[in-house]
Write a protein that binds this ligand. Structure first.
Ligand code: SF4
Ligand code: SF4
Length: 206
């Protein structure tokens, strides 16, 4: 009966002078080096991301939030790493193929998840309808489409209006008291453009 107790006591005293069998986290002395293909924290590339929001839509864990602020014309894409499951869907479906990439960064531990939430934000400027103030798209998104379409972009009135803004630095013109035929080439949301086109076709606007 006494022998096991003595053995335990010997081990307890011995452990006071021996090295711990556990290692510190994160291990700063010999940090783990992930392989190239490692699926770690997704990171935005602010120059390559155009703010389309596809990554937020395809994220199965709802780890990416898309926050549109109509007052300040901004769209913020925020990755909450405590929700991310590192599936890689955001990278896979990114329309530019370079806007978001899974990095090899793997440390996501925080002391207090309420205070120290671990996230990354990416802010984009929005284009809003010159009639009703609804969101059309992120500026970078339209510019990306214009670049891809080349001369075919002249087939879309919003893209033409955006090109005019970019190339001639035209001051922003507002719709007067109501939508008129002259507003056809303004930046309009789908609903307002529909109103101009349909009402124009039925002679309801002058
Ligand atoms: S890796 Fe998966 S879970 Fe994480 S942000 Fe991307 S889509 Fe969402
Ligand atoms: S461009 Fe890519 S990273 Fe940026 S919002 Fe669209 S899908 Fe997400």
């Amino acid at each position: 009966m006494i022998l096991p107790k003595l053995r335990e006591l010997k081990e307890a005293i011995g452990s006071l002078f021996s090295k711990p069998v556990t290692s510190k986290y994160p291990n700063t002395k010999t940090p783990y080096e992930p392989v190239k293909e490692f699926r770690g924290k997704p990171k935005y590339d602010e120059d390559e991301c155009v703010g389309c929001g596809t990554c937020a839509q395809v994220c199965p864990a709802e780890a990416i939030e898309m926050i549109d602020d109509k007052e300040n014309n901004t769209r913020t894409l925020r990755i909450n790493y405590s929700h991310c499951i590192y599936c890689g869907q955001c990278e896979e479906h990114c329309i530019t193929e370079k806007g978001i990439k899974l990095s090899t960064e793997y440390i996501t531990a925080v002391f207090d998840s309420n205070k120290d939430s671990d996230f990354m934000e990416n802010e984009k400027e929005l284009l809003i309808c010159q009639n009703c103030g609804e969101i059309i798209a992120a500026k970078d998104h339209l510019d990306w489409i214009i670049e891809r379409l080349g001369t075919k972009a002249y087939g879309n009135t919003n893209l033409v209006a955006r090109m005019q803004q970019q190339n001639y630095e035209l001051p922003e013109s507002k719709v007067k008291d109501k939508l008129r035929r002259e507003d056809y080439y303004k930046l309009l949301c789908a609903k307002c453009r529909h109103e101009v086109v349909v009402k124009d076709a039925f002679n309801e606007i002058s």
